[in-house]
Design a protein around this ligand. Structure first.
Ligand SMILES: [Mg+2]
Length: 184
């Protein structure tokens, strides 16, 4: 797999509420790894609200859910307060070590795990390097990206252009809506 292929998600959805979890279950997926910032909540939100909590709790009936975040402990633990869900902070995505730790927690393999996130350079690239399937979603609130993420977004735009050129049909199928939804 080339670098650019590793930046292509398996699927794109508008939000975590639009993902077809039933199908994932039927496909034999046992664990879901979620990014936190701009995947579940915007950077400007401190806590998961009721609808997020209801979704996560209901998903935990069918899947082992792990929150895999590059942000700090206090941010993640405050966001998830009151929820009984394992999480990793400073996960160093796209490095493999956070994904490996999460797989240990979920006791699943790369074949029955899906990573859900809003960033190509961390969530998608990192999970693809591991061989974990990825679902890319639209950022909750792109304007609230942190500075590190803003830098990643510059790489992202470059990568998106390359992918569009090298793999036009995959781009159309899995990335065009992502680009259009963010008006990039
Ligand atoms: Mg994110």
């Amino acid at each position: 797999m080339t670098f650019y292929q590793k930046c292509i998600p398996h699927h794109y959805d508008v939000s975590i509420f639009d993902i077809d979890y039933e199908t994932l279950k039927k496909q034999g997926i046992h664990a879901l790894f979620f990014d936190l910032d701009n995947t579940i909540i915007g950077y400007d939100q401190v806590r998961l609200d009721e609808k997020h909590r209801t979704l996560i709790t209901s998903l935990q009936k069918d899947f082992f859910v792990v929150i895999l975040s590059n942000t700090n402990l206090s941010r993640v633990s405050t966001a998830l307060e009151g929820l009984d869900v394992p999480f990793l902070f400073h996960a160093t995505k796209p490095l493999k070590r956070g994904f490996k730790k999460a797989l240990k927690i979920s006791k699943t393999t790369v074949n029955d795990t899906v990573m859900i996130g809003d960033q190509l350079m961390t969530d998608v690239f990192g999970a693809n390097r591991m061989g974990i399937k990825t679902i890319l979603i639209r950022s909750v609130k792109r304007k609230s990206d942190r500075w590190m993420t803003k830098i990643n977004r510059i790489f992202e735009r470059f990568v998106l252009k390359k992918v569009q050129k090298k793999y036009p049909s995959l781009y159309l199928e899995r990335l065009k809506d992502y680009v259009d939804d963010h008006e990039m």
